[in-house]
Design a protein around this ligand. Sequence first.
Ligand SMILES: *Cc1c(COP(=O)(O)O)cnc(C)c1O
Length: 383
Amino acid sequence: MATQFPIERFANLDTPFYYYDLQLLHTTLDTIVSEASRHDFVVHYAVKANANSRILTEVRNAGLGIDCVSGNEVRAALEHGFDSKKIVYAGVGKSDREINLALDADIECFNVESIPEMEVINHLAGLKGKVANIALRINPNVDAHTHQYITTGMEENKFGIGLWEVDTAALKAKELSNINLIGLHFHIGSQITDMAAFQALCTRINEIQRRFEEQHYRLSIINVGGGLGIDYEHPDEVSIPDFPAYFAVFAKHLELRNGQKVHFELGRSVVAQCGSLISRVLYVKKGQKKQFAIIDAGMNDLIRPALYHAYHKIENISSKLPTEKYDVVGPVCESSDCFGKEISIASAKRGDLIALRSAGAYGEIMASRYNLRPFAPAYFSEQ
Ligand SMILES: *Cc1c(COP(=O)(O)O)cnc(C)c1O
């Protein structure tokens, strides 16, 4: 499903802005819902990928649950009408205020990342006379084969409870009377395209399950997190990730017990392809060895290239001229404010519209006001 850019409409708009193809989002959500229901899987949307109000409303209307990593994300979920029994809350550093907010909302489950956190949730729940459902986030020490900054499931990462203390944590959870351990949680990283990594995760989960059974736990939820990657090189040809193949890995390799539900937390794979950052060429600056297309979007609008050396496909959507090579750079006073070096795009002139594709996840939400630049607004294919 190729995104069609309404160039005439764009002509009247100030740049830069985010543009979301809602038809693509709908089709992606429909695919997720139908493929997950085939296996009776439950999907939560990882709101940190994109918390734009319109997007959240679409996700809620599709019936997904929501995965939060801060108190304000829990609040945003509630404000957008998500059922509190479909809200899960992870994060290594939950503050007391955030925990209290989630306790007051009676969320579905806290994904607990350390024994000290378990004790604090138990204490705060006790003060309110409540029993909080928790899942233990376990660091399975599985290599996701992705960028080191977005790998989360290795021993050296800060996330989750280490394999070496799983048994201690399971024992501890039994002692604490204001928490109820109902599940296990995993999330090994992001932009994972190698299905073997997910298969390795399943194998590890099966081993860990057996350890909990030795401690006579009956767990109702196995939450495998998110991380499914998208095709940044081919946003139009591969606009929807291969959800059937992804879910099939878990259906095939997880050893489930009676009544157990598998939960997923998908972020990038839901929203990345439906978003583009649209900007204009301000100047074409010729160097001795190269030329620069200086555009009016910067790293403050889309930080992924500067932060993770991430690739976003760049297109000149105003020009049908033969291609030339450019370093496509933003206006921010940092050398890392560069969206691509030696990129071939249709020959560019001042005023041409440039689309940075696959920017729907970790784009708008990571924007900053660096250099006192304003936040880019968002527009939608349906008004
Ligand atoms: C970020 C995150 C996700 C979503 O990851 P994606 O790669 O965007 O699918 C899921 N679960 C947790 C706990 C996360 O922190």
